[in-house]
Design a protein around this ligand. Structure first.
Ligand SMILES: [Mn+2]
Length: 353
């Protein structure tokens, strides 16, 4: 139903573009988000589910889905923060052993593979009705063939995030009370996650993500569950200032360590790093215009792919290596075998000397 307006917006933009008219889409969509939620919402429910399970991604966007679940369901929400390397096992195990204890199961900002999708699809209609997957990653769009999955990359010309989709869903279903403050928070998360903050020069959105890393997941969740206002306190501002200095130092150091490699026929800038991945990726991609994309290897977890080039789709490249994501930002797991091979290689080389 909502897809219709997306198409017409796209038609409108295409027409404008063909006539050489530049259309600036207003990306600060907090007001629209709030108004849309108010129009769509049903009255707040009085009934509470016995128990709610949430599987969500472990970045700021995914963790903000956790905050929304806490606000909506309180302690009855059992939240599992996952990454691409463990989500499928976790969901499969859960469906096997624990589903009967839960009334609602959400999977947000991350998706399951075909195997797990098939398990869900073959469950009884009663069990299947408990499950709702909400994601905005382009590589998961194939899941839209299922009634229990809703993958929306973009709506009305605005890129979605896990948090915006879950916010809209919870309010529409009457599980969550909306407020302009909460809509502002959700919009900040969206702008960071979609990197729209860069275009809008919305430093506040970027700092919200910094704060997530400074506070750590649990403190961040408590902070915004208690008070969802995205306005920072004085001590948060101080922490952010110190953090910004560290980020700049880190990026400067890593810039000197970029290796140029051929990856699948593309020219990639490869670097080993474990921190500030998005900012580092963007900074390196901008500083190395000769590379098609930047690959940041966090040997203990994941390879992150970033590009600033329109014609490059790193989502496809990540998918080739068993991961997924967006056109401009994606990731693929570092497997146990890869870690073992790397360790062997390092020590073989040392012994050979
Ligand atoms: Mn996301």
């Amino acid at each position: 139903m909502k897809q219709k307006s997306t198409t017409s917006m796209q038609d409108f933009l295409a027409k404008a573009q063909s006539r050489g008219i530049k259309v600036q889409i207003s990306s600060d969509a907090a007001d629209e988000l709030f108004t849309a939620a108010q129009t769509a919402k049903r009255p707040l429910r009085r009934d509470k589910p016995r128990a709610v399970k949430l599987f969500t991604h472990n970045d700021t966007d995914g963790v903000s889905c956790g905050i929304l679940a806490r606000m909506a369901f309180g302690d009855t929400a059992h939240i599992d923060y996952s990454n691409y390397d463990d989500i499928n096992n976790k969901v499969a195990r859960f469906l096997d052993f624990h589903l009967s204890k839960y009334d609602l199961v959400f999977i947000t900002d991350i998706s399951v593979n075909e195997e797990v999708a098939d398990i869900i699809e073959k469950m009884s209609p009663y069990a299947r009705e408990k499950v709702m997957l909400l994601d905005h990653h382009q590589t998961a769009e194939g899941l839209n063939q299922y009634d229990w999955a809703q993958v929306t990359v973009e709506q009305n010309g605005v890129r979605e995030s896990g948090t915006t989709l879950f916010y809209q869903h919870l309010i529409t279903e009457g599980w969550l009370a909306d407020s302009p403050e909460l809509a502002r928070y959700v919009e900040m998360v969206r702008q960071y996650d979609t990197w729209d903050w860069k275009e809008n020069n919305n430093l506040h959105a970027k700092q919200l993500n910094d704060l997530f890393y400074i506070l750590g997941r649990d403190r961040f969740v408590s902070r915004f569950t208690a008070d969802c206002s995205p306005d920072f306190t004085d001590s948060e501002k101080m922490l952010l200032e110190i953090e910004q200095e560290k980020i700049e130092k880190y990026i400067k150091g890593k810039s000197k360590d970029v290796q140029i490699r051929d990856v699948n026929g593309y020219t990639a800038g490869v670097v080993f790093a474990e921190q500030y991945i998005s900012e580092l990726g963007n900074a390196l991609a901008e500083a190395n215009p000769d590379v098609d994309f930047v690959a940041i290897i966090n040997m203990s977890r994941v390879i992150s792919y970033r590009t600033v080039k329109d014609e490059i789709n790193v989502g496809d490249i990540a998918a080739f290596f068993g991961g997924g994501g967006h056109a401009k930002a994606a990731g693929s797991p570092v497997s146990k075998e890869m870690k073992q091979a790397a360790a062997s290689l390092l020590f073989e080389q040392i012994q050979a000397k």
